[in-house]
Design a protein around this ligand. Sequence first.
Ligand SMILES: [Zn+2]
Length: 325
Amino acid sequence: MLKQKTFAVYDPHKNSLPELGSQLLDQQKQTWSQLADGYSSLDAAELRDVQCSGFSVRLQWNPARMVSAAAKVDDKSIRQRKCFLCVENLPHNQQGILYQEKFLILCNPAPIFPAHFTVSHVDHIPQALDSSVGDFLDLAQHLSPRFSIFYNGPQCGASAPDHLHFQSCPRNAIPVEVDCVDGRRRKVIKKSPSVALLKLKNYGRSVLVVESTDKDALSEFLGRFLAAWKRVQGTAEEPMVNVICTFRQMVWRVILFPRSKHRPDVYFKDGEERILISPAAVDMGGLVITPVEKDFRVVQAGIIENMFEEVSLTQETVDQIINRL
Ligand SMILES: [Zn+2]
């Protein structure tokens, strides 16, 4: 089955992953009508910038994202549905790039970006960062310089919390990727010879940036960060986090959004008061997806500011975690 679903096998000595990704996208747009429809829908998507206090976000009205934004991700619903990332359940014409015999890089049929991939593990194993962070960093490196990679925790944005997957998009398509290199925002919190930890000032949400040229040291640091966070919250479960990673000029840059909840209260309101925003890495990064036109028209700075504050871990708790590192 996996063989049938393999468009190409990535070999770091023979080919470039961004190049293969572009070829896959071209081929899939030709052969898989659902994907072609998804990209037509993205072409019709409207954008609007909203200036908030200290930062701005870009709204994207994208009706095709309704399925994902309204997805039921509770345990019972997940158990009852057929997993859409398992190889045997992929649409007939969908194919992907086999990566290190572990992941299939697939085109996302409801794209937010002009090139949007889902990187899905070939086995049905749970979404977890701790055990996959090495692969995540490898992918960031191999997808560079054209693409970035991101991860949504099982309880804060992953639409398949039971099946390990990442997503990939063009580099700098998410505003935080650009904002986090702005010297006026960057504040170094901790620095060792191999890893630097920074925060971004005046950003309206908790965000941490970890930079390193040493993959092993970076993996170890991220593991320690998650462990310290679990200790602070007294839980064994993975804390809620969205992560975006880029690799440029031999430096990995990992952007972490520590979360306190998945969906904001306005998501659960009735009628006109409801605003269907289901924030995950892309939204927390400043590209906020509104599948409903009414929401796209009415959302103003205050709504975004409140939402970010509501779903982010408090600065106080973030500081506690850093102190425990
Ligand atoms: Zn699965």
